[in-house]
Design a protein around this ligand. Structure first.
Ligand code: IPE
Ligand code: IPE
Ligand code: MG
Length: 234
């Protein structure tokens, strides 16, 4: 069986899942965070080497203040526990997104987590926080423009590889499979550059209910497709 090397997930549907149970949206987010923890071990055991999840988008700040605060609180707790689980599972954790937009204590937890796990050789787990694909590309373009401004780079020498390297995902391969839970057929500003040739799998299952069987289904669907880069079947 050919397992995708890099799986990226738009973890959607926490709110709808909670609402269907007559519970507040935040209950869905709490359950969703538990699903993330399980998924790291499940993905690694299936042979997946890179797992990247969309936890908070640049657009999510426009949600009601109470919900944003609850999500940030959840993130804080998550970061604390993550260091222990990462050590136990040999998991390397990275965070992508504009960290400068996050509170100082969260930035510190992220820096500690990245530093503590950088030598681990198990799952490469990447969390997108305050992440937007357009924002990421904008920051990469600014960094290239600075090099042009100071004379170390000529505009005609800019290549797509250089742009890839300046993205937050500079040291990660592109995703092979993009999964979106809870049915919406859109990308919502996730990894815009990197998913150029990713296979896309959308399930109606809401994120808190996503499990090993659902991940297997997504990987089976991926395996059944003929991947195409340009017009050459691989
Ligand atoms: C995904 O679930 C989690 C975040 C975006 C933080 P939602 O909160 O978007 O849940 P729905 O889509 O409203 O059901
Ligand atoms: C995408 O889900 C963002 C995350 C999963 C963090 P949203 O629920 O925010 O996206 P839209 O609103 O459906 O586009
Ligand atoms: Mg949503």
């Amino acid at each position: 069986m050919s397992v995708p090397e890099h799986v990226a997930i738009i973890m959607d549907g926490n709110g709808r899942w909670a609402k269907a149970k007559g519970m507040p949206r935040n209950y869905g987010h709490v359950q969703g965070a538990k699903t993330v923890e399980d998924m790291c071990e499940i993905a690694w055991n299936m042979g997946i080497k890179y797992l990247t999840v969309y936890a908070f988008s640049t657009e999510n700040w426009s949600r009601p203040k109470d919900e944003v605060n609850a999500l940030m609180k959840l993130l804080r707790n998550y970061m604390k526990n993550c260091i222990k689980r990462a050590s136990a599972n040999n998991m390397r954790v990275r965070v992508i997104g504009d960290k400068t937009g996050l509170d100082e204590d969260i930035r510190k937890s992220i820096a500690d987590l990245e530093e503590a796990t950088k030598g681990y050789t198990g799952l490469n787990f990447t969390i997108a926080i305050n992440y937007g694909g357009r924002d990421e590309i904008t920051r990469a373009v600014r960094s290239l423009a600075k090099d042009v401004e100071n004379g170390t780079l000529k505009p005609e020498d800019i290549t797509d590889k250089m742009i890839s390297e300046r993205l937050d995902t500079g040291d990660l391969p592109d995703p092979d499979l993009l999964i979106r839970t809870c049915g919406e057929l859109r990308v919502s500003n996730f990894l815009l550059w990197q998913i150029s040739y990713s296979e896309i799998y959308v399930t109606d299952v809401a994120w808190p209910d996503f499990n090993e069987a659902e991940l297997k289904k997504a990987c089976d669907a991926y395996e059944g497709r003929t991947r195409k880069f340009g017009n050459v079947a691989q």
